[in-house]
Structures are given as structure tokens and as C-alpha cells.
Design a protein around this ligand. Structure first.
Ligand code: C2O
Ligand code: CU
Length: 500
């Protein structure tokens, strides 16, 4: 029998313990450092990034009480409280099982008994007032007005601009819909679950002088349990459009990934992106449009004079079929070519000079192993940091801001900045030469980089996150914060705010 001398055994034991501590110690420390408190303000998160701009004397980021007292709360950033509403809607949220017209049953959410919720329509310049009532959603709800540059108090982000609305409670949103275009609304409480479960709807703002004789079609595309739907139904929807007339199809991609749109039976023009009309869009054919997750694309078709129908393919399995005498137009495969918005349409003034920015930020998306709130995994990083140790982009009102978004994370990220529209200046170093391309949702593919610019003209605390909503739960979330703005709301806490 082999006997290990006692001394030797002890040495080995000590050595083993030391080795274990050397490996486990830092891991335990990393694990512990990643744990999020039960309640925290997003303004205390991460580190301040001033983008090379002035660090104003009053700007003392990261949990300094003095700063908090000195600032304006997000609650004061509202539409004129004395102005009466032009459009008033009540939306009642319910947790509900409901059938799609195909019979497929969805265990999800409804607004006024339907999903998607009702289309809200307004004329540009009108004040929209939406009263959200929670009847039966136990985790609470909010409504975010995706792509509308609302006052911050109406942005609908649980834990940042309000508390999640619990059962039996209500919240009223008020904003002036000053930009004509296609938008949508959705919950921003546990959004990865509530949005996919159908707590969403379309918002269409039309110009005061509406072009006469244009058939206006909303096409909100959503996946319910993996089934692609248009306005809540699977397959095709038929819309009457007279021969020779024009039709505008407002495509809204509410899914977590990009969606292709292409047209068979007539050429088309892409007339608007993310609620902003393009300048001088020319007719195209045999070309697909890539709609960013969360983004919108308004496609205009002139119907053939002979009365033949037109199929607008939405991701392949769903379509809007425009017709009159017949709706018989077969599906065709996606064209190989994709419309490049960098060079589509003609240039026009931007209204500001992006060549002289006050601040420059970078938003570098990567991926690495680590802990997220104590969970080990391979998580998204922003500028090398894991959530919540990510940058807080700090601006002053009136700043011209440039941001370089680069993605080397191995996946596509549809990046969405709340409260602002940004213009694309270049992609992978190639300058934009077409119509001004204003976005609120930008599809950033792996290996791509975009240079964008915007004017900081809407004070508040604004999320700037990935709209592949599960990615947001995996830490791809930052905020843009105006100096001196504070929030009394917290993520977590008694309202269980969980914006992602
Ligand atoms: Cu459509 Cu922060 O979201
Ligand atoms: Cu993402």
C-alpha cells in the first residue's frame, strides 16, 4: 500500500486550497460586482461619457445628491398641460388568450380586447392624449411611442420616465404629434415578453394637406408564436386600389429582426423611412427593402392601368395584395438586390452642420464572457464594458452630436435611440450621397460601422438600446442624458420596473 507522508499531504492540501482560491476568488468577486441592487436609478449606472464636450460645473454625474436636487425632474418635461387634446383615446390592457383569425391561439396581451391594439390616427400638429388602463397585467404595463420624439415624461419607459402601471391603475400620455409619418407604440415594461405577446399597435400621423386619391394602408407586421401576421392575421390581406391610382403601404416591423419587403406586379418607390419622408425617391424594381426591427418603411405603388394586382411581400410569408378586379398575383422570391439607402434619392439640406459637432460618442458593440446580474454567460458589451458598467452619454441642450456605432459582436443589432431622429452620415466609411436618411432604428450588421448625427433638442433621459428585445435583456442598453435632468424613478423597486 502506498502511503503519502503526512507532511506531504498537508502541503498538497494547502496548495490545492490556494489554487482554488486563486481561481475562484476573482470569479466570486466578478460575480458579486455584477449583482444589480433591488432598486437603482439609471443615472447612477456606469460611467459618464461627455463625448469630448464640456463637463459643465453643475454636471456631476453618478449618484451625487446635490446634482439631483439641482436638476429638472423628467416629470416636468411634458406637453403644454393647458392645451386640450385633439385626439383622445383610452387603451385598456389585459392579459389574455386570444385566437388569430386562423384559429391559432395566442397567450398574450390585448389593448381594448384586440392585438394589435387599435390604430391611432392623428393629423400633424395635433395633441394626442392616450389614457392607459391596466385591467389584468400583473407585471404592470407602460406605452412607449416608438419613433415619436415625445416630451420625456411621455416616453413610457418603466423605471426611467414613469413607474409601471399596476392592475387597477392608469397613466395618461400627452404629446404633440408634430411629424407626419408612420410610428408605433408598445409596452416598455418587461418589453421582451409584452411586445412579442402583442401589447402594441400602430400610430399614423398624416400631413394636414393629405394627398388626395392615395389609398393609405397600415401593415403592422408581427410574429405571434412564430407565425408572421399583418395587422393580426396570417397570410395575405387584400386592399382595394383602383387602376392607375396610388397606394401607400406603411410597413411596421415589430419583430426582433430585420424584415425584407419586395413588390411584384409594379415598380415602387420607398417614400419614407422611420416616419420621415425621403427626398426624391425614384421608382425601383426587382429590389428588396430591408426594414430594421422596430423600423418603418412606407412603400408607394402606382397601380397598373390595366387593373392587374400588386403583391407587396412582407418577409415572404405575409403580404398586402392591392387590387380591384382581381387579387390573383403569385408570390415571387426575394430579389437579390437590396435597396441601399446610402445612395437612394437626392440630397437635401439637413438643417444643421454635422461637421462641427459639440460631442462625439462611440457605441462599440462587442461580446465577451462574464456575469450579468450574477448570471454567467457570453454577454454584449458597449465600449468593452458589460451592463450596467456601460457609458452614460451626456449632452447639453442644443449640442450637435455625432455617434459612431460599430458592431463586432457576431450578430445584427437594430439600434434604437429614444426621443430623437438621427441622420446617417456614412457606413463603413462610405459617405451618404442620397436623400437625407433619418432613422430612429438602425440595422447594424456584424462587421458594420455607421456614423450618425443628431441635434440634442429634446431634454430628458433617453434609452439607446438594441431593439432585438432579448438582446436588451442581455445588457445591450445605454442611455442618453441631458445635463441637469433627473429622474425620481428607479429600475426594480416597489413598482417592479423592468424596462427590458
Ligand atoms: Cu421600441 Cu426602447 O423601444
Ligand atoms: Cu441586438
Amino acid at each position: 500500500m502506498l502511503r503519502i507522508p503526512r507532511m506531504n499531504r498537508r502541503v498538497r492540501l494547502v496548495a490545492a486550497c490556494a489554487a482554488t482560491t486563486a481561481v475562484l476568488g476573482p470569479l466570486i468577486w466578478l460575480w458579486q460586482a455584477s449583482l444589480l441592487p433591488d432598486a437603482y436609478s439609471v443615472t447612477d449606472m456606469g460611467y459618464a461619457d461627455y463625448g469630448g464636450g464640456p463637463v459643465a460645473g453643475s454636471m456631476t454625474h453618478v449618484g451625487h445628491g446635490a446634482h439631483r436636487m439641482a436638476g429638472h425632474g423628467v416629470g416636468s418635461l411634458t406637453a403644454d398641460p393647458r392645451r386640450p387634446a385633439d385626439v383622445a383615446v383610452t387603451l385598456t390592457a389585459r392579459r389574455q388568450r386570444f385566437p388569430l383569425p386562423s384559429g391559432r391561439v395566442v397567450d398574450g396581451y390585448t389593448l381594448n380586447g384586440q392585438s394589435p391594439g387599435p390604430v391611432i390616427r392623428a393629423t400633424a400638429g395635433q395633441l394626442v392624449q392616450v389614457r392607459l388602463v391596466n385591467e389584468s397585467v400583473s407585471e404592470g404595463v407602460t406605452l412607449h411611442w416608438h419613433g415619436v420624439d415625445v416630451p420625456n415624461a411621455a416616453d413610457g419607459v418603466a423605471g426611467v420616465t414613469q413607474d409601471a402601471v399596476g392592475i387597477g391603475r392608469e397613466f395618461t400620455y400627452r404629446f404633440v404629434a408634430d411629424q407626419a409619418g408612420t410610428f408605433w407604440y408598445h409596452s416598455h415594461q418587461v418589453s421582451h415578453k409584452q411586445v412579442s405577446g402583442g401589447l402594441l399597435g400602430a400610430l399614423v400621423v398624416t400631413p394636414p394637406a393629405r394627398p388626395a386619391g392615395v389609398v393609405d394602408v397600415v401593415a403592422l407586421v408581427h410574429l405571434y408564436r412564430g407565425a408572421r401576421t399583418v395587422n393580426g392575421r396570417e397570410g395575405d390581406i387584400r386592399v382595394e386600389a383602383p387602376p392607375g391610382g396610388r397606394a401607400r403601404v406603411r410597413v411596421i416591423d415589430t419583430e426582433n429582426g430585420p424584415m425584407s419587403v419586395w413588390v411584384a406586379g409594379a415598380p415602387f418607390r420607398l417614400v419614407a423611412v422611420d416616419g420621415t419622408d425621403l427626398n426624391g425617391p425614384s421608382p425601383v424594381q426587382n429590389t428588396a427593402v430591408l426594414v430594421t426591427a422596430g423600423g418603418r418603411a412606407d412603400v408607394e405603388v402606382t397601380m397598373p392601368a390595366d387593373g392587374s394586382p400588386v403583391r407587396v411581400h412582407l418577409g415572404g410569408s405575409a403580404a398586402v395584395v392591392l387590387g380591384s378586379r382581381s387579387y390573383d398575383v403569385p408570390a415571387v422570391p426575394r430579389p437579390k438586390a437590396t435597396l441601399d439607402l446610402l445612395s437612394y434619392g437626392t440630397t437635401a439640406p439637413l438643417g444643421f452642420d454635422p461637421q462641427r459637432p459639440d460631442r462625439r460618442f462611440r457605441y462599440d458593440i462587442g461580446r465577451r464572457p462574464g456575469f450579468l446580474d450574477g448570471r454567467p454567460g457570453i454577454w454584449w458589451t458597449v465600449n468593452g464594458h458589460l451592463f450596467p458598467h456601460v457609458p452614460m452619454f451626456i449632452v447639453a441642450e442644443g449640442d450637435v452630436v455625432r455617434m459612431r456605432i460599430a458592431n463586432h459582436s457576431g450578430a445584427v443589432h437594430p439600434m434604437h435611440l429614444h426621443g430623437h431622429h438621427a441622420v446617417v452620415l456614412s457606413r463603413n466609411g462610405m459617405p451618404a450621397t442620397g436623400s437625407p436618411w433619418w432613422v430612429d432604428s438602425l440595422n447594424v450588421g456584424n462587421g458594420e460601422s455607421y456614423e450618425i448625427a443628431f441635434v440634442a433638442d429634446n431634454p430628458g433621459i433617453w434609452m439607446d438600446h438594441c431593439h432585438d428585445l432579448p438582446h436588451a435583456t442581455q445588457g445591450l442598453v445605454t442611455h442618453l442624458m441631458y445635463e441637469g435632468i433627473t429622474t425620481p424613478f428607479a429600475v426594480g423597486g416597489t413598482a417592479d420596473n423592468e424596462p427590458e
